[in-house]
Design a protein around this ligand. Structure first.
Ligand SMILES: [Zn+2]
Length: 135
């Protein structure tokens, strides 16, 4: 066997290295506290980026933060003081639950309703996973 052939064979036997895709980074919430309210100014742009409805994110945040909120001029207003750390943590878990593919961790997913179950379907790798969290 020629050296080149051996080399080729050796290469073929190596486990395929998966190209490491960049980890999706959830944008940080921007906002401020005004009196007893917390106002977030970039929720619509985040919703746009992760291709989810702002209303869906609001529902989740309201429940997780146990704080009622509403939209006002494309800003999200919460009825109490919240730290950005609290909100960012919840946004991260929202994205992990409803956006990132369980298999490949890419954010290219769609939410589907199949027989009353919420399914997260990845358009990158085709994986379908059941979303357990209910909003
Ligand atoms: Zn995937």
């Amino acid at each position: 066997m020629k050296y080149e052939e051996m080399l080729k064979l050796a290469k073929e036997k190596l486990p395929k290295v998966q190209s490491k895709s960049e980890r999706f980074v959830v944008p940080k919430i921007q906002g401020h506290v005004e009196g007893n309210k917390t106002i977030l100014i970039n929720i619509f742009s985040i919703a746009d980026l992760i291709a989810r409805q702002p209303e869906h994110i609001l529902k989740y945040l309201q429940r997780e933060l146990a704080t009622p909120g509403f939209f006002q001029d494309k800003r999200l207003v919460f009825g109490r003081k919240l730290t950005s750390a609290m909100i960012n943590e919840k946004m991260q878990s929202y994205v992990t639950t409803f956006v990132l593919c369980d298999q490949c961790s890419k954010p290219d997913t769609q939410l589907l309703n199949e027989e009353g179950k919420l399914i997260k379907k990845c358009t990158a790798c085709g994986t379908k996973s059941l979303v357990q969290t209910k909003i």
